[in-house]
Every structure is written in structure tokens, then in C-alpha cells.
Ligand binder design. Structure first.
Ligand code: ZN
Length: 224
């Protein structure tokens, strides 16, 4: 019987990238897993496709990038992770040859062992875009890093995960990281995500679990 691969057993710190369309997406889908990774001494980067230029509650659109970059910085501080930005514009994601190259370069610069990205079948075009850009970068490396998909509240569709991470011990930090995105009115989406992680927990055998789908051709990652 194969033993589970646990991040506790890694002899050296892993480099993990969690890619998302907007500030708040990696936190929504993976904050608990990120908190557990960093508590074990692994290095995690949240790579946002854009700075959320398209929406920041009641504030003027011209201020959104600054407001949401600051929110991302605060969330990453809570999770002991680092924020990085791939330079695209909220709501106007471009998936073409130059942007595939740009994103692959941004990812290669981090030299990741594991990458988590959004599931491609999703309500939001930026989420679909980051998923395609990540997949292309992964293929370009010859499938060098482990590739996993995550889900976000009401946006992800047709998701059937196979790996579960127990996040019950880090619920308060997960909550704080999501609520750092004040301009995104977390009361509108956080309860839905908790509903999801409770349900995933029932299947995974934990009080609350974040659930992931490994690309079937990807190596297995060390999960926390
Ligand atoms: Zn988003």
C-alpha cells in the first residue's frame, strides 16, 4: 500500500505557488492549506493574475489596484506567504502567445515544487484564464512541478476533487486572510466556502477540508 506523501516528511522546504485570477481567490480556495504549509516551514507565493482593478466596493475604480494590492499584502502576512502579481488587468484577461510566455516566465522565476491553480470550468473568465496559463506553463516545463486544482465558492463548476487537506486547526487564520479582502465583502462568499469545506470534510474524514484535484499526469505533491 502506498504511504501518503506528507509535507511534514520533506527534508527541505518546498516552494509552493498558488495561482489565482484575483486577489482573494487563492485565499478563498486554499488559505487553510497555505497556513498549514507555512507552519511547516515551506515557502508559499500567492501569484495573482491581476490586482483587482475592476472592483473594490464603493471606492473609485482608479483606487482599486492600490486597495486590493494592500489587501493581498495583508492576507499574505496573515498566512506567512508572499504576494506576486502577473501584470494582467481585472476582467480583461488575455490568453494568447505573448501572455502564455509572460505567465510561464513569472512561474519559472519562482521555481515551484507544487502549483495550485483554479479549475478551468468556472463562471469568471479571469479564473478560466489563469487555469489555462498555468496549464500551458506546466506543459512547457515538461510537467516538472506537481499541478493541483482548487475550487472557489460559487464560481467553480463541475469539480470532483480527490485529495483532502484537514484545515480545522487553522480556521481562524483562514478566516482572517479571507476577511483581509474587505473591499470584496467576504460575507457574500466566505460562508459559501465554509459550506464547501464542511462538505469536503465529510468526504475527507475531517471537520473541515480543502479539496484538490491533481492533474492525472502530474506527480504527487507533499500535502500538509
Ligand atoms: Zn476571482
Amino acid at each position: 500500500m502506498a504511504l501518503p506523501l506528507l509535507a511534514e516528511s520533506s527534508a527541505h522546504p518546498l516552494k509552493i505557488v498558488v495561482a489565482g485570477g484575483h486577489p482573494g481567490d487563492p485565499e478563498c480556495g486554499c488559505a487553510g492549506t497555505i497556513a498549514r504549509y507555512t507552519a511547516l516551514g515551506h515557502n508559499v507565493v500567492l501569484l495573482y493574475l491581476n490586482r483587482g482593478e475592476g472592483y473594490c466596493g464603493g471606492a473609485s475604480l482608479s483606487r482599486c489596484a492600490d486597495i486590493r494590492t494592500a489587501e493581498a499584502g495583508k492576507a499574505c502576512g496573515i498566512l506567512k506567504a508572499r504576494a506576486a502579481f502577473a501584470g494582467q488587468y481585472d476582467g480583461r484577461a488575455i490568453v494568447d502567445a505573448p501572455h502564455y510566455d509572460d505567465f510561464a516566465r513569472a512561474l519559472a522565476a519562482e521555481n515551484p515544487d507544487v502549483v495550485f491553480t483554479q479549475w478551468p470550468i468556472d463562471v469568471h473568465r479571469d479564473h478560466r484564464a489563469v487555469s489555462m496559463l498555468t496549464l500551458d506553463a506546466w506543459l512547457k516545463t515538461g510537467k516538472k512541478f506537481a499541478l493541483y486544482y482548487y475550487e472557489v465558492a460559487e464560481d467553480t463548476m463541475m469539480f470532483s476533487p480527490g485529495d483532502y487537506v484537514d484545515i480545522s486547526s487553522v480556521e481562524s487564520r483562514r478566516h482572517a486572510a479571507c476577511y483581509a479582502h474587505v473591499s470584496q465583502q467576504p460575507d457574500k462568499w466566505y460562508p459559501k466556502q465554509v459550506e464547501i469545506t464542511r462538505f469536503r470534510g465529510v468526504v475527507g474524514g475531517f471537520p473541515q477540508a480543502e479539496a484538490f484535484l491533481r492533474h492525472p499526469e502530474s506527480k504527487r505533491a507533499l500535502l500538509p
